[in-house]
Design a protein around this ligand. Sequence first.
Ligand SMILES: C[S@@+](CC[C@H](N)C(=O)[O-])C[C@H]1O[C@@H](n2cnc3c(N)ncnc32)[C@H](O)[C@@H]1O
Length: 363
Amino acid sequence: MTYMTFQNRQWLHDTSEVQDMPHGMLSKMEGAFLFYLCRDVYLGAGEIIDAGAFLGASAFCMAKGLERNDRITHKSGRLHSYDLFRVWQEEGESVEYMSDQLKKHFGISVADDESTFHVFFRNLGEYSRHIRIYPGDITQTKWSGRPIEILFNDVSKTLPIWRHVLRQFFPSLMPGISLVIQQDYHHPLLPWIHVVQEYLSPFFEVAESHVQDSAVFRLVERIPDRVLERISNYDFTLKDEIGMLDTAIKRLGDDSGHVALAKAVLLGRSRRYDEAKEILDAIKGLLPTTKDTKLNFSLFLASKAVTREEALHSALPAGFDERRYLEAHSDVAKAVQSGVFDSGYHHWLISGKYEGRSMGKSD
Ligand SMILES: C[S@@+](CC[C@H](N)C(=O)[O-])C[C@H]1O[C@@H](n2cnc3c(N)ncnc32)[C@H](O)[C@@H]1O
């Protein structure tokens, strides 16, 4: 099978094909990349996963590319879009905050847990025939096991979701063919993505290091079962995580700012505030000379996350570990995810300590 490489990198200078893409969280350049990928590169050897569809921007660009792909005859249902299609929660943010953001930036009101499905359908129009849609919590879905050729990951906003993506989709990737697009790679709040992607570096090559926020990886070697098992369980200590992030930072060199900020966020979440702040200061010092226009915003997000962690943990009893508390009590993790509690600590204060629940154990 011949694999078309990214030689001319058309998305860098021509976004005309996606001028009609719906408003969403992707830049035109990323949209153009997805379009060209599905039109010029996609072989049809496996399925296309759109994990985190939102209002349909990524799905639209990929479906439009698929529509224009003359080599593929069987197109119906090859693109699989997953989303809650309602307000979601991100690590450390409340449902109310997310609701406000959606109203402010997209003009959609989902305060009452209303569905956004109709917007997705409207935006996809004629292209929806190429798409199978999986509404609801992705962690409750099970992949068929069919081979996956393109995995677009824009959903792994929490560690349990990332674990699910790893467990369900990664075993179906095809060596020599499959591409994984990590839309949150140049972004500071989801360090678990960098940790695992770095751990998997013996099996992947970097196909494109930077398509704006995204980084693109091609699977070149079969991932052994024991490695798949380890990533599915996210079986990494804090020391392992820091080690992976340091390797990624070294590998990325001048382009490592967002990953360094991800490390600061991880350290902040692990109560190592001084080390986190050292990184934040170092990145601040780079701002006057960097060409990376998004680094400033990443710094803002990472600083906010570290400050919030410090404020939260200053009130915490010794021995309480937010992440491990949520890992130990999956019912609490679910309740936090659905917005019943702001955090594991919130649950522990109101209920957990009276129930005699373990507080989690610090590394
Ligand atoms: C950054 S947005 C995706 C943006 C989209 N790819 C685009 O092109 O505009 C992340 C999406 O992840 C979805 N999401 C978050 N948690 C989820 C979950 N547990 N199950 C399914 N989708 C989830 C959200 O609903 C949200 O639409």
